[in-house]
Design a protein around this ligand. Sequence first.
Ligand code: ZN
Length: 436
Amino acid sequence: MKTLLLFAAAAVVGALAWGFTTGAQAVPARSVSRRVEVDSAWSATLSGDPTAATAAFLARVPADVRARGDAFGNTRYIALLGRVAVLAGTIAILMFSGAAIGMRDLARRITSRVPLQDAIVAVQTLAAFFLLSLPIETYAGFVRVHHAGFSRMSYATWLGDAVLSWAVAVPFFAVGVVAIYALIRRRPQSWMVWATGVYALLTAVFILLMPQFIAPLFNTIAPMADGPQKQAILSLARANGVPANDVFVQNASRQSELLNAHVTGFGGTAQIVLDDNTITKTPDAEVRLVMAHEIGHYVLAHVAKGIVFDTLLTALGFLFVGWGATRLISRFGDRWGVSGLRDVGAFPVFWGLLMLWGFLALPLSNGIAREQEAEADMFGINASQSPLGLAEFMIRDADAGQLDPSPLVESVFYNHPSPRNRIFRAMRWRAEHQKP
Ligand SMILES: [Zn+2]
């Protein structure tokens, strides 16, 4: 336990030092204009050839902005490698230092009830993972965003949010761990199947609670101010069979300057939420396209389908955990002092491998997400009849990532099609609709 506490203390001190020193530096200015503005004459003379029109849009991004986007895009690989390394390190520290069995034995001293023991071990382990990953999460979520000029949030506020989202997730994880460990002991061969059901149920409850109970812990979400823009969006929603009587706006500028919107919840709790940045920084025509894209996510039931896909991927994840943990425990079990997966003293191995699966499965999960985004783009263009709106919107935050990554990079790391591909599809739609 002493080794773990030393590592955790070092991680926390390092993260706080890194975060607060970064936070004390001024947020660098982004280029004022991230694209060359044009008038309607430019659009009127835009080539009818999709490839040429796409190139014309990309050419409006100044070279320095493009270089900043590429550089920022590269930091995500560092973040990913760092996260995987920290995950492996955390498993090793917890298991080889004896901290994992220390946590188990502490839980046994507190209570004789096995489900409670499992829950206590889960909370301790999740706290250890959180603390040890604080430096890499500080880099991924705060330092690189601050250096790129995308956020004016203080480190203290960022850290407060990180602790809060951990605290919100922990009860769900603890319930899941108690249920899944009971299954591992009762059904040692087929627990993965039942665990998948537990995962689906907990995820559905979490997403159901998201709009009304979880999102408001982090942002203020309020109905959009009445006016012609809101009426136009509601009209678009009605035209596409969405029974919405309100449009919501969240103060996303609290966390980031980047432009976005999203759909949360499902069934009766679903909300289409527009970020305040998007309203204040983009013209009405582009806001309309963004909302048409979000209405597409809603109409195509992407949140509910997302839970299904996510559950299927997690089922594979449980197979991976079962396979990996059995091998690791048979190799190191004696040194670790754990007898098998059913021993909650090996929970860090279970949890670490499940998290690792999340990274290994990125090509699959991102592939599914990209497919849904491409569908929402098509829906949005058809509903708004505005391919130019999509193309314009795609070159607004041109410093926030690579506009035209290689197909390999796109397939592994992108949860949206690349801006180049999204513009190209919009231009292809335009070309086909211009044909007499
Ligand atoms: Zn989308």
